[in-house]
Write a protein that binds this ligand. Structure first.
Ligand code: GAP
Length: 463
């Protein structure tokens, strides 16, 4: 993906985000007690909430609130023949190249495009090898000019099935294929007719040659995908509608418009299944890169699976008796990249009028991991008891964090770093007048309101 320089946040932002994610229990390096396991991550207690809120909102927005969508949760391991039919065994490759001196491994297209500042990913491995020689490309790690030939490497992880012992199964590199394999089941059991979509959220695995940039490119990640089945003549209109639906989603979760743009794939760079692909790209701190993708997959997948399985995969119109092999528009959304873009947009280090510094995550309240923090002013009775009595009411709003320890200012700062949109404090006036203070994360303004009005007031704000 070619990088533009507009709007790109400082590279330091990524370091700050990685540090905050570790410090505040959002994202931990994988297998850390064993010294780490490259490019794997755990989502900690707040990370898992953020992730879940994003996925739940996506599901509500694209499945529950639409009449033309149904959901699916297919298996990670599909019949091995499915990957032959889908073209992944043959075509899901990247070219890799090794430095013969320091043994560092690179994606050949990345090595070349960084050295030459132009796109080369439409070249064959042989052409890439020749270019590395011609342009005297140096190893970014050790500076040597001594590379192996570039060669293709399949990105699917494989594993062996224990029953047969020698049959290789693959961990799915995209959730999409499970949808195509169940197309017939959905058609037979649900009252759907094109145009309609099947949505799925689930794990995908890719043996990436050079993963990195925190959770941007990892080997195990989650996708939120839709396969939208339609008549071939509807594809262009539907493509535009889905593109605008993807922008709508970005707005809904509060991504900054000025950091987003569209990138059309040139014909020679299209995936083996696609006739047209547009990426929604985001200005990450390390450059402008793919956030989401929208592809017109034609009838490639259904036709391939029909041929390889011997099963007819079509929609039979009960009135006209027509047999239609629908074409497919596929909007695809990576969960980890969504989280990374959200964190990049939300992160701010502010200097307050008092000179004090605060770090704050301006996450949209709809997706913030903690909805409300609840504090007694001091760890003393009857303040503690009064504050705790509000807890079950507030828990209707989502995750509530009760905190009675330390100075109130410190408790606010901690919640600012978690992106908690509201803090409620119970003080002596609560005991006398029945009112609490409500502090807004972004403005830091505090208002007083009767405790009976608190939940209704917050419900409105969290919508
Ligand atoms: N079914 C189509 C498909 O898989 P893709 O562009 O290869 O298309 C879809 O992947 C989305 O999955 C990307 O837009 C991105 O958000 C996410 N994604 C892909 N590879 C990833 C990786 N290694 N780590 C994290 N997210 C990834």
């Amino acid at each position: 993906m070619s990088a533009s320089t507009k709007n790109i946040p400082s590279p330091d932002l990524l370091k700050s985000i990685v540090a905050l994610c570790k410090r505040r229990g959002f994202i931990y390096p994988g297998s850390e007690i064993y010294g780490g396991f490259a490019n794997t991550y755990s989502f900690g207690p707040y990370g898992v909430e953020l992730k879940k809120n994003v996925k739940d909102l996506w599901w509500k927005h694209f499945v529950h609130l639409r009449e033309d969508m149904v959901g699916l949760d297919g298996p990670i391991l599909l019949h091995p023949k499915a990957w032959k039919a889908s073209g992944h065994l043959e075509s899901f490759n990247d070219a890799m190249i090794d430095c013969k001196e320091c043994k560092a491994r690179f994606r050949a297209d990345h090595l070349l495009s960084e050295a030459l500042q132009r796109d080369v990913d439409h070249l064959t491995p042989e052409e890439m090898s020749a270019l590395v020689q011609e342009e005297k490309v140096a190893c970014p790690k050790c500076g040597a000019h001594h590379f192996t030939e570039a060669r293709f490497f399949n990105l699917m992880f494989s594993t062996q099935m224990s029953k047969t012992g020698n049959e290789i199964a693959y961990l799915r590199p995209e959730t999409a294929q499970a949808i195509f394999l169940d197309f017939k089941n959905v058609i037979d059991t649900m009252r759907v007719k094109p145009p309609f979509g099947i949505a799925q959220i689930g794990k995908a695995f890719r043996n990436e040659i050079t993963p990195g940039n925190f959770i941007f490119r990892v080997i195990e990640f989650e996708q939120m995908e839709i396969e939208y089945f339609l008549r071939p003549e509807q594809w262009e209109k539907s493509f535009e509608e889905w593109l605008s639906a993807m922008w709508g989603w970005c707005r809904l979760i509060g991504l900054r418009k000025e950091r987003l743009s569209e990138q059309e794939h040139p014909k020679e760079k299209l995936s083996h299944y696609s006739k047209r692909t547009v990426d929604l790209v985001y200005d990450f701190p390390f450059g402008t890169s793919e956030l989401y993708g929208l592809a017109y997959r034609t009838d490639f997948d259904l036709t391939q699976h029909a041929q390889h399985s011997g099963q007819p995969l079509h929609y039979a119109n009960p009135e006209t008796k027509e047999h239609l092999v629908p074409h497919v528009i596929e909007p695809t959304f990576g969960v980890e990249r969504t989280l990374l873009a959200l964190l990049c947009d939300a992160y701010e280090e502010e200097t307050l009028e008092s000179g004090e510094k605060r770090t704050v995550l301006h996450l949209d309240p709809k997706i913030a991991p903690v909805k409300v923090a609840l504090f007694p002013l001091m760890k003393k009775e009857p303040l503690v008891n009064e504050a705790r009595s509000l807890l079950p009411h507030l828990q209707r709003l989502g995750l509530v964090e009760y905190d009675e320890s330390g100075a109130i200012g410190k408790r606010y700062r901690r919640q600012d770093e978690l992106g908690t949109p509201f803090c409620v404090t119970v003080d002596f006036e609560t005991l006398e007048q029945g009112t609490v203070t409500l502090r807004d994360r972004d403005s830091m303004q505090q208002i007083r309101l009767p405790k009976e009005q608190l939940v209704a007031h917050l419900l409105e704000k969290l919508r």
